[in-house]
Design a protein around this ligand. Structure first.
Ligand code: FES
Length: 383
């Protein structure tokens, strides 16, 4: 359909082959039949340059098809806890900074497993992957992620949700009967924080993104004139970078937005959102990577589930659910980031002071009830 000769030396090859007698036809191939006498092939093609139907007699016909990932790729994906792009190829950790690293530590990717590519690119990538692997092997020791989760055993009620949400299978599920809390394999934890956000008992602490640290940021943002601020939770890899992209491209967006960075949108706990509304936030935005781009495999699916739960909860608590928004913004979507911010500023103008005060009152009462319940339970346990 189109002649494209990208890459070093490809244009030369195209020109040289033409000089040697290769005939290129821009067209749509139709039928291929065997010539019964000569036993060669007759190809019917619509020449889209001339608009005519042509017949070509050929000795050999090579069909260049689209490349799709291997059908049995799911097995290896599960085994190594890898993520894939929407078209099923293995996703790299970062397209520019870690192009041959898989999100799972110690796994490197090269060749068509990552995307369709030619031999030269595959060899180049394989060389880079081997070099990256040798760094790890030669070090003789491995550095683990500083941002990892940590289980507070005494708070655990053995529900096991943490083990279910972990995209890296880094948590060994608790044993309710034996009263054994979950065990977190630090070396396997990548630090998305989904377990900490899902644990209703606060029995998981996310190092460097602890509840107290995030709550302190919310409080600081909403300390003065909270009704004027658009509180945004942005994931480190996509939405936050999308905001950066908007900035470097000098795109205009409202100055009312205040960003709180989390490593993954999966870290955004219900209680952060509720706390923000209780402190007077008119609007809250949770933003993360598009589903297939989450850097922590499928942690972003938990963001969606949690938000669905939260919208229902907010409605019950008489808080307009559309005051909580969810947007998927990639690192390259500076334009989208700016557009979302502009739209949200318009929505922010529809939230009245009375509405904010009512929300604050309702949520404060709800919090008091919750604290009383906990206190009663504690007394019960003590007695
Ligand atoms: Fe962006 Fe998970 S890393 S949503």
């Amino acid at each position: 359909m189109d002649m494209r000769a990208f890459g070093k030396g490809f244009e030369d090859l195209y020109m040289r082959s033409k000089e040697e007698g290769v005939k290129y036809v821009r067209g749509i191939p139709g039928e291929v039949v065997e010539n019964p006498e000569l036993k060669n092939l007759i190809l019917t093609v619509e020449n889209t340059t001339t608009g005519k139907l042509e017949e070509h007699e050929l000795d050999m016909l090579v069909l260049a098809q689209g490349v799709i990932p291997r059908r049995d790729g799911d097995q290896i994906k599960k085994l190594l806890t890898l993520s894939t792009t929407s078209d099923g190829f293995i996703m790299e950790s970062h397209p520019k900074l870690k192009p041959v690293d898989a999100p799972t530590k110690g796994v490197y990717i090269a060749g068509c497993v990552e995307s369709p590519k030619d031999v030269k690119d595959s060899v180049t990538q394989a060389g880079a992957a081997a070099a990256r692997a040798s760094i790890l092997l030669n070090a003789g020791q491995t550095k683990i992620e500083a941002i990892t989760s940590h289980v507070v055993a005494e708070k655990c009620n053995f529900c096991g949700i943490c083990a279910q949400v972990c995209p890296y299978n880094a948590i060994i599920a608790p044993d309710r009967k034996a009263k054994k809390p979950p065990v977190l394999i630090q070396a396997a934890c990548a630090g998305c924080g989904a377990c900490a956000a899902e644990c209703a008992q606060d029995a998981i602490i996310m190092r460097h993104f602890r509840d107290e640290q995030i709550t302190a940021q919310i409080d600081a943002i909403l300390e003065v004139e909270p009704h004027k601020h658009l509180l945004t939770f942005a994931c480190n890899w996509c939405s936050y970078a999308g905001g950066d992209n908007a900035g470097t491209a000098r795109l205009q967006y409202p100055t009312t937005c205040r960003l709180i960075r989390t490593m993954c949108s999966g870290r955004v706990d219900d209680k952060f959102v509720i706390h923000a509304f209780r402190m007077g936030a008119p609007m809250v935005l949770v933003s993360g990577c598009h589903f297939s781009d989450c850097h922590y495999i499928d942690a972003v699916h938990w963001t969606q589930k949690r938000m669905d739960r939260l919208w229902t909860k907010l409605e019950k608590l008489e808080v307009r659910p559309d005051r909580l928004r969810l947007e998927w913004i990639s690192a390259a979507e500076g334009q989208k980031f700016a557009k979302v911010m502009r739209e949200l500023e318009k929505a922010l103008a529809t939230v009245t002071t009375d509405e904010i005060e009512h929300t604050m009152k309702v949520l404060a009462e709800e919090e008091t009830k919750r604290e009383e319940k906990i206190a009663k339970r504690t007394v019960g346990v003590g007695a």
